[in-house]
Design a protein around this ligand. Sequence first.
Ligand code: DP6
Length: 494
Amino acid sequence: MGWRQLATVLRGADTWAGREPGAGLGRVLPRRRGGPGPFWGVRSRLGGWDLFWGPGSARRPGPAWGHAERLSGCRHPARAGAAWGSGPARERGGTMAEDKAVTMVTCTAPVNMAVIKYWGKRDSELILPINSSLSVTLHQDQLKTTTTAAISRDFKEDRLWLNGEEADAGHPRLQACLREVRRLARKRRGGGTDAAPLSLAYKVHVASENNFPTAAGLASSAAGYACLVFALARLYGVEGELSEVARQGSGSACRSMFGGFVQWHRGERPDGKDSVAQQVAPETHWPELRVLVLVVSAEKKPVGSTAGMQTSVDTSPLLKHRAEALVPERIACMVRHIRERDFEGFGQLTMRDSNQFHATCLDTFPPIFYLNDVSRRIIALAHRYNAHHGCTKVAYTFDAGPNAVIFALADTVAEFVEVVRRSFPPAPNGDQFVRGLPVGSASLPEELLSAVVLEPVPGAIRYILHTKPGPGPQLLDDPSQHLLGADGLPRGSA
Ligand code: DP6
Protein backbone atom coordinates (compact mmCIF):
# COMPACT_ATOMS: atom_id res chain seq x y z
CA MET A 1 0.00 0.00 0.00
CA GLY A 2 1.13 3.56 -0.59
CA TRP A 3 2.26 5.78 2.24
CA ARG A 4 -0.88 7.84 2.08
CA GLN A 5 -3.01 4.78 2.69
CA LEU A 6 -0.65 3.69 5.42
CA ALA A 7 -0.88 7.09 7.02
CA THR A 8 -4.62 6.60 7.21
CA VAL A 9 -4.21 3.17 8.71
CA LEU A 10 -1.66 4.39 11.24
CA ARG A 11 -3.83 7.26 12.33
CA GLY A 12 -7.04 5.35 12.37
CA ALA A 13 -6.40 1.76 13.19
CA ASP A 14 -4.67 -0.40 15.67
CA THR A 15 -1.01 0.28 15.06
CA TRP A 16 1.63 -0.59 17.53
CA ALA A 17 2.90 2.87 18.08
CA GLY A 18 -0.38 4.46 18.97
CA ARG A 19 -3.87 3.11 18.91
CA GLU A 20 -5.84 6.29 18.87
CA PRO A 21 -7.57 7.49 15.76
CA GLY A 22 -5.78 10.68 14.87
CA ALA A 23 -3.36 10.32 17.72
CA GLY A 24 -1.30 7.38 16.58
CA LEU A 25 2.16 8.28 15.59
CA GLY A 26 0.99 11.61 14.43
CA ARG A 27 2.69 12.63 11.23
CA VAL A 28 3.57 9.88 8.82
CA LEU A 29 6.29 10.92 6.45
CA PRO A 30 6.59 9.89 2.84
CA ARG A 31 9.33 7.51 1.96
CA ARG A 32 12.46 9.50 1.16
CA ARG A 33 13.24 9.28 -2.47
CA GLY A 34 16.67 9.26 -4.03
CA GLY A 35 18.36 7.99 -0.87
CA PRO A 36 21.33 5.71 -0.94
CA GLY A 37 20.85 2.33 -2.51
CA PRO A 38 21.71 -1.01 -1.04
CA PHE A 39 25.22 -1.54 0.23
CA TRP A 40 27.54 -2.65 -2.48
CA GLY A 41 31.16 -2.22 -1.50
CA VAL A 42 33.84 -0.23 0.31
CA ARG A 43 36.53 2.20 -0.62
CA SER A 44 39.38 3.48 1.41
CA ARG A 45 39.17 7.04 2.60
CA LEU A 46 41.69 8.82 4.75
CA GLY A 47 42.96 5.55 6.13
CA GLY A 48 39.50 4.48 7.21
CA TRP A 49 36.69 2.85 5.35
CA ASP A 50 33.75 4.42 3.74
CA LEU A 51 30.66 3.05 2.05
CA PHE A 52 29.69 3.53 -1.48
CA TRP A 53 26.35 2.62 -2.82
CA GLY A 54 25.32 0.93 -5.98
CA PRO A 55 22.78 -1.35 -7.53
CA GLY A 56 23.27 -4.30 -5.21
CA SER A 57 20.72 -6.76 -3.95
CA ALA A 58 18.34 -5.33 -1.38
CA ARG A 59 18.73 -8.14 1.11
CA ARG A 60 22.33 -9.10 0.91
CA PRO A 61 23.15 -11.10 4.05
CA GLY A 62 25.87 -9.59 6.18
CA PRO A 63 28.53 -11.43 8.15
CA ALA A 64 27.57 -13.00 11.45
CA TRP A 65 29.28 -10.68 13.87
CA GLY A 66 27.24 -11.42 16.91
CA HIS A 67 24.19 -10.02 18.61
CA ALA A 68 24.66 -6.30 18.78
CA GLU A 69 26.25 -6.16 15.42
CA ARG A 70 28.51 -3.33 14.38
CA LEU A 71 28.53 -2.58 10.71
CA SER A 72 31.76 -0.66 10.53
CA GLY A 73 31.51 0.14 6.87
CA CYS A 74 33.98 -2.64 6.28
CA ARG A 75 32.66 -5.67 4.48
CA HIS A 76 35.78 -7.65 5.17
CA PRO A 77 34.61 -10.25 7.68
CA ALA A 78 38.02 -10.79 9.20
CA ARG A 79 38.47 -7.13 9.86
CA ALA A 80 35.03 -6.59 11.20
CA GLY A 81 34.79 -9.91 13.00
CA ALA A 82 38.03 -9.32 14.82
CA ALA A 83 36.79 -6.07 16.20
CA TRP A 84 33.32 -7.03 17.34
CA GLY A 85 32.04 -10.17 19.00
CA SER A 86 28.66 -11.05 20.38
CA GLY A 87 26.95 -9.35 23.26
CA PRO A 88 25.82 -5.79 23.77
CA ALA A 89 27.34 -2.90 21.94
CA ARG A 90 30.71 -1.91 23.29
CA GLU A 91 31.78 1.63 23.68
CA ARG A 92 33.49 2.91 20.66
CA GLY A 93 37.04 4.10 20.28
CA GLY A 94 38.03 6.93 18.02
CA THR A 95 39.26 5.55 14.74
CA MET A 96 37.68 6.57 11.50
CA ALA A 97 36.40 3.03 10.92
CA GLU A 98 34.65 3.00 14.24
CA ASP A 99 33.28 6.48 13.83
CA LYS A 100 31.49 5.17 10.77
CA ALA A 101 30.11 2.16 12.62
CA VAL A 102 26.44 1.32 12.88
CA THR A 103 25.58 -0.98 15.77
CA MET A 104 22.32 -2.87 15.48
CA VAL A 105 20.23 -5.68 16.91
CA THR A 106 17.09 -7.36 15.63
CA CYS A 107 14.47 -8.96 17.85
CA THR A 108 10.96 -10.35 17.62
CA ALA A 109 8.10 -10.08 20.12
CA PRO A 110 4.66 -11.66 20.44
CA VAL A 111 1.08 -10.47 20.58
CA ASN A 112 -0.82 -11.29 23.78
CA MET A 113 -4.52 -11.79 24.43
CA ALA A 114 -5.96 -10.76 27.80
CA VAL A 115 -8.28 -13.20 29.56
CA ILE A 116 -8.68 -10.80 32.50
CA LYS A 117 -8.80 -7.41 30.86
CA TYR A 118 -6.87 -4.22 31.55
CA TRP A 119 -9.16 -1.25 31.10
CA GLY A 120 -8.44 2.05 32.83
CA LYS A 121 -5.40 3.94 34.07
CA ARG A 122 -4.79 5.55 37.43
CA ASP A 123 -1.77 7.39 35.96
CA SER A 124 -1.86 8.12 32.23
CA GLU A 125 1.72 9.39 32.06
CA LEU A 126 3.35 6.31 33.57
CA ILE A 127 0.57 4.02 32.28
CA LEU A 128 -0.42 2.58 35.64
CA PRO A 129 -3.62 0.48 35.52
CA ILE A 130 -6.58 0.54 37.88
CA ASN A 131 -6.56 -3.28 38.00
CA SER A 132 -4.25 -6.22 37.43
CA SER A 133 -4.71 -8.22 34.22
CA LEU A 134 -3.74 -11.60 32.85
CA SER A 135 -3.00 -12.75 29.31
CA VAL A 136 -1.91 -15.58 27.08
CA THR A 137 1.07 -14.87 24.84
CA LEU A 138 0.37 -16.04 21.29
CA HIS A 139 2.91 -17.93 19.22
CA GLN A 140 5.25 -15.86 17.07
CA ASP A 141 5.12 -18.35 14.20
CA GLN A 142 1.72 -16.85 13.45
CA LEU A 143 1.81 -13.37 14.99
CA LYS A 144 4.92 -11.34 15.70
CA THR A 145 6.61 -8.00 15.37
CA THR A 146 10.22 -7.85 14.18
CA THR A 147 12.26 -4.78 15.10
CA THR A 148 15.79 -3.67 14.25
CA ALA A 149 17.25 -0.91 16.43
CA ALA A 150 20.50 0.76 15.42
CA ILE A 151 22.74 3.49 16.80
CA SER A 152 25.50 5.40 15.12
CA ARG A 153 27.45 8.53 15.74
CA ASP A 154 26.50 9.52 12.20
CA PHE A 155 22.75 9.47 12.70
CA LYS A 156 21.46 13.02 12.73
CA GLU A 157 18.05 12.36 14.26
CA ASP A 158 15.96 9.53 15.68
CA ARG A 159 14.09 7.85 12.83
CA LEU A 160 11.39 5.21 12.71
CA TRP A 161 9.98 3.02 9.95
CA LEU A 162 6.80 1.00 10.46
CA ASN A 163 6.10 -1.71 7.91
CA GLY A 164 8.54 0.00 5.56
CA GLU A 165 7.12 3.51 5.76
CA GLU A 166 8.69 6.31 7.73
CA ALA A 167 6.78 7.55 10.77
CA ASP A 168 7.38 10.20 13.40
CA ALA A 169 10.03 9.00 15.86
CA GLY A 170 9.17 11.85 18.20
CA HIS A 171 6.05 10.09 19.50
CA PRO A 172 6.06 10.64 23.28
CA ARG A 173 5.54 6.97 24.14
CA LEU A 174 8.39 5.86 21.91
CA GLN A 175 10.63 8.56 23.36
CA ALA A 176 9.63 7.50 26.89
CA CYS A 177 10.81 3.93 26.16
CA LEU A 178 14.06 5.20 24.69
CA ARG A 179 14.69 7.49 27.66
CA GLU A 180 14.01 4.69 30.16
CA VAL A 181 16.28 2.16 28.45
CA ARG A 182 19.07 4.74 28.26
CA ARG A 183 18.56 5.56 31.95
CA LEU A 184 18.90 1.88 32.85
CA ALA A 185 22.01 1.62 30.67
CA ARG A 186 23.55 4.62 32.39
CA LYS A 187 22.71 3.15 35.79
CA ARG A 188 24.18 -0.20 34.83
CA ARG A 189 27.38 1.44 33.67
CA GLY A 190 27.55 3.24 36.99
CA GLY A 191 27.66 6.74 35.54
CA GLY A 192 25.55 9.80 36.17
CA THR A 193 24.32 11.98 33.33
CA ASP A 194 27.70 13.62 32.77
CA ALA A 195 29.57 10.34 32.84
CA ALA A 196 27.21 8.77 30.31
CA PRO A 197 29.10 6.98 27.57
CA LEU A 198 29.01 8.74 24.26
CA SER A 199 26.87 6.10 22.57
CA LEU A 200 23.94 6.89 24.86
CA ALA A 201 23.77 10.28 23.22
CA TYR A 202 23.71 8.87 19.70
CA LYS A 203 20.49 8.96 17.75
CA VAL A 204 18.67 5.72 16.99
CA HIS A 205 17.11 4.30 13.87
CA VAL A 206 14.30 1.80 14.38
CA ALA A 207 12.52 -0.31 11.77
CA SER A 208 9.59 -2.51 12.72
CA GLU A 209 7.36 -4.92 10.83
CA ASN A 210 4.42 -7.14 11.69
CA ASN A 211 3.97 -10.56 10.11
CA PHE A 212 0.22 -10.13 10.40
CA PRO A 213 -2.06 -7.64 8.68
CA THR A 214 -3.21 -4.59 10.58
CA ALA A 215 -6.62 -5.74 9.40
CA ALA A 216 -6.42 -8.60 11.90
CA GLY A 217 -7.23 -5.93 14.50
CA LEU A 218 -4.92 -7.52 17.03
CA ALA A 219 -3.09 -5.62 19.70
CA SER A 220 -0.12 -4.80 17.53
CA SER A 221 0.92 -2.00 19.89
CA ALA A 222 1.69 -4.60 22.57
CA ALA A 223 4.01 -6.61 20.33
CA GLY A 224 5.47 -3.42 18.84
CA TYR A 225 6.48 -1.77 22.10
CA ALA A 226 7.64 -5.04 23.66
CA CYS A 227 9.86 -5.58 20.64
CA LEU A 228 11.17 -2.03 20.68
CA VAL A 229 12.11 -2.19 24.36
CA PHE A 230 13.65 -5.65 24.07
CA ALA A 231 15.75 -4.56 21.05
CA LEU A 232 16.87 -1.29 22.65
CA ALA A 233 17.82 -3.14 25.84
CA ARG A 234 19.99 -5.57 23.88
CA LEU A 235 21.51 -2.71 21.96
CA TYR A 236 22.51 -0.86 25.13
CA GLY A 237 23.39 -3.98 27.11
CA VAL A 238 20.56 -3.61 29.63
CA GLU A 239 19.31 -6.73 31.41
CA GLY A 240 16.71 -7.52 34.05
CA GLU A 241 13.24 -6.10 34.55
CA LEU A 242 12.06 -4.52 31.32
CA SER A 243 8.28 -4.90 31.50
CA GLU A 244 8.15 -1.66 33.45
CA VAL A 245 9.69 0.11 30.47
CA ALA A 246 7.47 -1.63 27.87
CA ARG A 247 4.45 -0.63 29.97
CA GLN A 248 5.31 3.00 29.29
CA GLY A 249 4.92 2.36 25.56
CA SER A 250 1.55 0.67 25.86
CA GLY A 251 0.07 -0.91 28.98
CA SER A 252 -0.60 -4.30 27.42
CA ALA A 253 2.96 -4.36 25.99
CA CYS A 254 4.40 -5.23 29.41
CA ARG A 255 2.67 -8.63 29.17
CA SER A 256 4.29 -9.33 25.78
CA MET A 257 7.70 -9.34 27.50
CA PHE A 258 7.05 -12.94 28.59
CA GLY A 259 5.84 -16.12 26.97
CA GLY A 260 3.04 -18.38 28.15
CA PHE A 261 0.63 -17.05 30.75
CA VAL A 262 1.41 -13.61 32.13
CA GLN A 263 0.05 -11.41 34.90
CA TRP A 264 0.47 -7.65 34.93
CA HIS A 265 0.40 -6.63 38.59
CA ARG A 266 -1.45 -3.41 39.19
CA GLY A 267 1.09 -2.32 41.80
CA GLU A 268 0.58 0.21 44.55
CA ARG A 269 3.48 2.62 44.24
CA PRO A 270 2.92 5.99 42.60
CA ASP A 271 6.22 5.68 40.70
CA GLY A 272 5.05 2.43 39.04
CA LYS A 273 8.09 0.41 40.10
CA ASP A 274 5.83 -2.45 41.22
CA SER A 275 3.49 -2.29 38.22
CA VAL A 276 5.26 -5.05 36.32
CA ALA A 277 4.49 -8.23 34.41
CA GLN A 278 5.34 -11.68 35.67
CA GLN A 279 5.07 -15.10 34.09
CA VAL A 280 2.42 -17.30 35.72
CA ALA A 281 3.31 -20.39 33.65
CA PRO A 282 5.49 -20.98 30.58
CA GLU A 283 4.08 -21.70 27.11
CA THR A 284 4.89 -25.39 27.54
CA HIS A 285 2.63 -25.64 30.59
CA TRP A 286 -0.61 -26.37 28.71
CA PRO A 287 0.38 -28.11 25.45
CA GLU A 288 -3.20 -28.85 24.35
CA LEU A 289 -4.37 -25.24 24.51
CA ARG A 290 -5.15 -23.70 21.11
CA VAL A 291 -6.22 -20.27 19.94
CA LEU A 292 -8.42 -19.37 16.97
CA VAL A 293 -8.52 -15.74 15.86
CA LEU A 294 -11.75 -15.11 13.96
CA VAL A 295 -11.08 -12.08 11.80
CA VAL A 296 -14.40 -10.38 11.39
CA SER A 297 -13.69 -7.05 9.88
CA ALA A 298 -10.97 -4.71 8.74
CA GLU A 299 -12.90 -1.66 9.82
CA LYS A 300 -11.08 0.72 12.09
CA LYS A 301 -12.10 1.04 15.70
CA PRO A 302 -14.68 3.68 16.53
CA VAL A 303 -12.74 4.66 19.69
CA GLY A 304 -9.13 3.69 20.39
CA SER A 305 -8.27 1.91 23.64
CA THR A 306 -6.35 4.79 25.20
CA ALA A 307 -9.16 7.31 24.79
CA GLY A 308 -11.91 4.74 25.41
CA MET A 309 -10.55 3.57 28.74
CA GLN A 310 -10.09 7.16 29.93
CA THR A 311 -13.75 7.94 29.26
CA SER A 312 -14.68 4.73 31.08
CA VAL A 313 -12.59 5.74 34.12
CA ASP A 314 -14.26 9.14 34.11
CA THR A 315 -17.84 7.96 33.71
CA SER A 316 -18.41 4.27 34.49
CA PRO A 317 -19.32 3.28 38.07
CA LEU A 318 -19.34 -0.33 36.88
CA LEU A 319 -15.68 -0.08 35.88
CA LYS A 320 -14.76 1.23 39.33
CA HIS A 321 -16.66 -1.60 41.00
CA ARG A 322 -15.06 -4.15 38.66
CA ALA A 323 -11.53 -2.90 39.33
CA GLU A 324 -11.90 -2.66 43.09
CA ALA A 325 -14.24 -5.49 44.02
CA LEU A 326 -14.18 -8.09 41.26
CA VAL A 327 -10.84 -8.29 39.47
CA PRO A 328 -8.62 -9.26 42.44
CA GLU A 329 -10.71 -12.39 43.01
CA ARG A 330 -10.89 -13.11 39.28
CA ILE A 331 -7.11 -12.93 38.92
CA ALA A 332 -6.63 -15.42 41.76
CA CYS A 333 -9.19 -17.80 40.20
CA MET A 334 -7.67 -17.50 36.74
CA VAL A 335 -4.17 -18.24 38.04
CA ARG A 336 -5.57 -21.35 39.71
CA HIS A 337 -7.42 -22.52 36.56
CA ILE A 338 -4.25 -22.09 34.51
CA ARG A 339 -2.04 -23.86 37.03
CA GLU A 340 -4.53 -26.76 37.15
CA ARG A 341 -5.08 -26.71 33.35
CA ASP A 342 -8.80 -26.57 34.12
CA PHE A 343 -10.36 -25.62 30.77
CA GLU A 344 -13.90 -25.47 32.16
CA GLY A 345 -12.88 -22.85 34.76
CA PHE A 346 -10.49 -21.04 32.42
CA GLY A 347 -13.05 -20.84 29.62
CA GLN A 348 -15.97 -19.75 31.79
CA LEU A 349 -13.98 -16.97 33.43
CA THR A 350 -12.47 -15.84 30.12
CA MET A 351 -15.94 -15.38 28.61
CA ARG A 352 -17.34 -13.70 31.71
CA ASP A 353 -14.47 -11.25 31.89
CA SER A 354 -14.73 -10.35 28.21
CA ASN A 355 -18.46 -9.76 28.67
CA GLN A 356 -17.87 -7.64 31.74
CA PHE A 357 -15.28 -5.54 29.94
CA HIS A 358 -17.79 -4.87 27.14
CA ALA A 359 -20.45 -4.15 29.77
CA THR A 360 -18.21 -1.41 31.20
CA CYS A 361 -17.92 -0.03 27.66
CA LEU A 362 -21.70 0.13 27.48
CA ASP A 363 -21.73 1.71 30.96
CA THR A 364 -19.30 4.37 29.70
CA PHE A 365 -21.00 7.63 28.84
CA PRO A 366 -21.29 8.16 25.92
CA PRO A 367 -21.20 4.38 25.45
CA ILE A 368 -18.53 2.60 23.43
CA PHE A 369 -19.44 -0.29 21.15
CA TYR A 370 -16.64 -2.58 20.11
CA LEU A 371 -18.71 -5.68 19.33
CA ASN A 372 -20.77 -5.81 16.17
CA ASP A 373 -23.53 -8.13 14.94
CA VAL A 374 -21.04 -10.76 13.80
CA SER A 375 -19.29 -10.67 17.21
CA ARG A 376 -22.63 -11.26 18.91
CA ARG A 377 -23.41 -14.13 16.53
CA ILE A 378 -20.06 -15.72 17.44
CA ILE A 379 -20.88 -15.38 21.14
CA ALA A 380 -24.27 -17.06 20.63
CA LEU A 381 -22.68 -19.78 18.49
CA ALA A 382 -20.08 -20.56 21.17
CA HIS A 383 -22.80 -20.87 23.82
CA ARG A 384 -24.92 -23.15 21.61
CA TYR A 385 -21.87 -25.28 20.85
CA ASN A 386 -20.97 -25.60 24.55
CA ALA A 387 -24.60 -26.31 25.47
CA HIS A 388 -24.72 -29.06 22.86
CA HIS A 389 -21.67 -30.71 24.39
CA GLY A 390 -22.82 -30.07 27.95
CA CYS A 391 -19.51 -28.45 28.97
CA THR A 392 -17.19 -25.59 28.01
CA LYS A 393 -15.48 -26.68 24.80
CA VAL A 394 -14.75 -23.20 23.45
CA ALA A 395 -14.32 -19.80 25.11
CA TYR A 396 -14.45 -16.42 23.36
CA THR A 397 -12.85 -13.16 24.27
CA PHE A 398 -12.94 -9.78 22.49
CA ASP A 399 -10.64 -6.78 22.93
CA ALA A 400 -11.41 -3.29 21.71
CA GLY A 401 -12.73 -4.51 18.35
CA PRO A 402 -15.16 -6.97 16.78
CA ASN A 403 -12.72 -9.85 16.12
CA ALA A 404 -13.16 -12.92 18.30
CA VAL A 405 -10.36 -14.88 19.91
CA ILE A 406 -11.46 -18.41 20.74
CA PHE A 407 -9.65 -20.69 23.20
CA ALA A 408 -10.17 -24.44 22.83
CA LEU A 409 -8.29 -27.66 23.44
CA ALA A 410 -6.60 -29.26 20.42
CA ASP A 411 -9.17 -32.06 20.10
CA THR A 412 -11.99 -29.53 19.63
CA VAL A 413 -10.38 -27.37 16.94
CA ALA A 414 -11.32 -29.28 13.76
CA GLU A 415 -14.97 -29.65 14.77
CA PHE A 416 -15.38 -26.05 15.88
CA VAL A 417 -13.66 -24.70 12.77
CA GLU A 418 -16.15 -26.71 10.69
CA VAL A 419 -18.99 -25.23 12.76
CA VAL A 420 -17.66 -21.75 12.04
CA ARG A 421 -17.25 -22.55 8.35
CA ARG A 422 -20.88 -23.73 8.16
CA SER A 423 -22.14 -20.75 10.15
CA PHE A 424 -20.17 -18.14 8.19
CA PRO A 425 -19.60 -19.75 4.78
CA PRO A 426 -16.54 -18.17 3.14
CA ALA A 427 -16.80 -16.59 -0.29
CA PRO A 428 -15.97 -19.30 -2.87
CA ASN A 429 -13.12 -17.32 -4.46
CA GLY A 430 -12.06 -15.49 -1.34
CA ASP A 431 -8.80 -15.63 0.61
CA GLN A 432 -7.63 -18.81 2.29
CA PHE A 433 -10.14 -19.31 5.09
CA VAL A 434 -8.05 -21.23 7.64
CA ARG A 435 -4.48 -20.04 8.24
CA GLY A 436 -1.69 -20.78 10.68
CA LEU A 437 -1.37 -24.18 12.32
CA PRO A 438 -2.93 -27.02 10.31
CA VAL A 439 -6.55 -27.92 11.08
CA GLY A 440 -7.81 -31.44 10.42
CA SER A 441 -11.14 -32.13 8.75
CA ALA A 442 -14.28 -32.96 10.69
CA SER A 443 -17.73 -34.12 9.70
CA LEU A 444 -20.52 -32.74 11.82
CA PRO A 445 -23.22 -35.05 13.18
CA GLU A 446 -26.75 -34.09 12.16
CA GLU A 447 -27.89 -33.28 15.74
CA LEU A 448 -24.94 -30.91 16.19
CA LEU A 449 -25.70 -29.17 12.90
CA SER A 450 -29.35 -28.65 13.68
CA ALA A 451 -28.71 -27.53 17.26
CA VAL A 452 -25.74 -25.25 16.63
CA VAL A 453 -25.61 -24.00 13.02
CA LEU A 454 -28.59 -21.66 12.63
CA GLU A 455 -29.09 -19.08 9.89
CA PRO A 456 -25.66 -19.04 8.24
CA VAL A 457 -24.25 -15.60 7.36
CA PRO A 458 -22.03 -15.92 4.27
CA GLY A 459 -18.78 -13.95 4.21
CA ALA A 460 -19.12 -12.46 7.71
CA ILE A 461 -15.82 -13.97 8.88
CA ARG A 462 -12.90 -13.21 6.58
CA TYR A 463 -10.55 -15.88 7.88
CA ILE A 464 -9.52 -17.93 10.89
CA LEU A 465 -5.96 -17.90 12.22
CA HIS A 466 -5.04 -21.02 14.19
CA THR A 467 -2.27 -20.57 16.76
CA LYS A 468 -1.26 -21.54 20.31
CA PRO A 469 0.55 -20.09 23.33
CA GLY A 470 4.14 -19.18 22.57
CA PRO A 471 7.39 -17.76 23.94
CA GLY A 472 8.38 -14.19 24.78
CA PRO A 473 10.69 -11.87 22.81
CA GLN A 474 13.61 -13.40 20.94
CA LEU A 475 16.93 -12.09 19.71
CA LEU A 476 17.68 -12.94 16.08
CA ASP A 477 21.27 -14.00 15.49
CA ASP A 478 21.14 -14.01 11.72
CA PRO A 479 22.26 -10.60 10.37
CA SER A 480 20.39 -11.20 7.11
CA GLN A 481 17.22 -10.62 9.14
CA HIS A 482 18.12 -7.04 10.03
CA LEU A 483 15.49 -4.67 8.67
CA LEU A 484 18.10 -1.90 8.37
CA GLY A 485 21.12 -1.99 6.10
CA ALA A 486 24.69 -1.02 6.87
CA ASP A 487 23.75 2.61 6.29
CA GLY A 488 21.08 2.46 8.98
CA LEU A 489 18.26 2.82 6.43
CA PRO A 490 15.60 0.22 5.62
CA ARG A 491 16.95 -2.44 3.36
CA GLY A 492 15.81 -2.05 -0.19
CA SER A 493 14.61 1.50 0.41
CA ALA A 494 16.39 3.00 -2.59
C1 DP6 B 1 -8.92 -4.11 25.60
O1 DP6 B 1 -2.60 -1.50 26.14
O2 DP6 B 1 -3.72 -0.74 24.03
O3 DP6 B 1 -6.81 -4.85 24.80
O4 DP6 B 1 -2.06 1.38 27.64
O5 DP6 B 1 -3.41 3.06 26.41
O6 DP6 B 1 -1.71 1.70 25.18
P1 DP6 B 1 -2.70 1.76 26.35
O7 DP6 B 1 -3.84 0.67 26.04
P2 DP6 B 1 -3.72 -0.78 25.50
O8 DP6 B 1 -5.11 -1.38 26.02
C2 DP6 B 1 -5.45 -2.73 25.85
C3 DP6 B 1 -6.87 -2.93 26.25
C4 DP6 B 1 -7.45 -4.29 25.93
C5 DP6 B 1 -7.38 -5.22 27.12
C6 DP6 B 1 -6.04 -5.82 27.46
O9 DP6 B 1 -5.21 -6.04 26.55
O10 DP6 B 1 -5.84 -6.12 28.64
